[in-house]
Design a protein around this ligand. Sequence first.
Ligand code: HEC
Ligand code: HEC
Length: 425
Amino acid sequence: MILRRAARSAALPALLISAACLALGGAATAEPGVARDSFSKPLPNLSGDELTRFALGRAQFRTIRLSGARADGSGGLGPVFNRTSCSGCHVRNGRGRPPEDADGPLTTMVIRLGPGSKYGRQLNDKAIPGVESEGRAVFQPNPIVHVELGGVNWPLRSARLAVREPALGPLAPHVELSPRVAPQIAGIGLLERIPDAVLSELADPDDRNGDGISGRRGGNGAGRFGWRAEVATVKAQVAEALHEDMGVTSTLRPSVNCAAGHAACTARAGGGIEIDAKAFRALVTYVSNLAPPAPRVSPAADAGSEVFDAIGCTACHVAEWELEASPVGVIRPYTDLLLHDLGPALADRRVDGSLGNREWRTAPLWGIGQIFAVNGHRRLLHDGRARGFVEAILWHGGEAASARDRFRALRPADRAALLAFLASL
Ligand code: HEC
Ligand code: HEC
């Protein structure tokens, strides 16, 4: 067996005692020693060739693309797209967020569309001159949900989506709208090295072990990337990003990203492969070799990690994996890469407001304490609705409801330790 995962048990009572000594100066907001480039370092032990390709890929990641063919290879944008560069959404390889105003433009997030949409798999809200964009998403605030935690009222805010100015007419009522922020990407090349067989063995779609937590593989049984684990490999994810987010064709995704019937889009499409093999390969090398951010160890964080395990967070956020063929050895991403039903409040909604897909991939938590230093905000969850760790945890429902309730029942010192632990990642 190549891998190992941390205990998946929820040995409750033990912890809450060990937590007595936790209050050791563990401010949940500590961010010392985090640099803005902490998601941008290469893995150790890359060869000279790999480092050269890594640097080339970094340049590609930051290249602002333009429409049409360009001699320097920076062309191919659109005709419809969301953003002109990878780094425009994954700023310093970090986390995107929803707009501040309900009506503000989406700058670092996208709206994915469910089956049966005439606009394809993603709403492209921008277009090159002379072509109309597919439409524009606006957020309408939902009623605030009030949750009590330790005698304090936590107002949880979320929003419902609507699409305005749809170029080819309104979306059908049954189409699911799935708002997703750009995730931080450091470390994903290591997640790719977890063997498929091990992930599939960990999956428990029918909850045969009866722990209330199922866990299913996304992407037809092979998925691991994206908020819903729809994509199997980094290479495929890069091709998807070029195609869906920027309208750039590659050998993996050679067709133009125009909706059927979008005449102006089809008329302006460049045709052919818009990114050459060398640039594509460099981009994959770059993304695959970004080192996971280093956690900052402290006694408070250590104690908090025990709380995290004891209340059952590791049932999904599997702490540790041992990779045999890796320069890094043991990785601590805090994910099982499986899909879990987190309840109706986090589920996607259809255009008509009815409930859609409720499953999300367990978000890897490595780096989660460094997003503020890198990106200047604390928004979490797939649509960025949570404003910090506590809100993110309180939104957990479905299979995670009992872990959430154990979090709510924690004594203040244990809760502070848990939050210090998350901040240390
Ligand atoms: C318009 C914003 C946007 C642009 C531009 C963009 N991305 Fe993304 N990226 C996202 C979003 C949103 C997701 C999550 C997608 C999902 O859940 O399906 C994502 C996911 C990813 C992932 C998977 C991360 C994970 O944890 O599973 C990788 C890798 C990635 N993008 C790389 C790239 C590369 C390389 C480019 C440029 C070719 C790029 N992205 C351009 C928004 C963007
Ligand atoms: C049943 C599986 C499951 C359990 C148990 C669980 N989580 Fe999660 N967690 C998820 C999933 C799935 C997501 C992504 C949800 C989303 O984005 O809508 C997530 C997201 C998060 C996030 C936000 C991550 C991000 O990148 O935005 C934090 C923080 C978090 N979990 C902490 C916890 C803590 C603390 C516990 C224990 C109290 C816990 N989780 C228990 C599945 C689980």
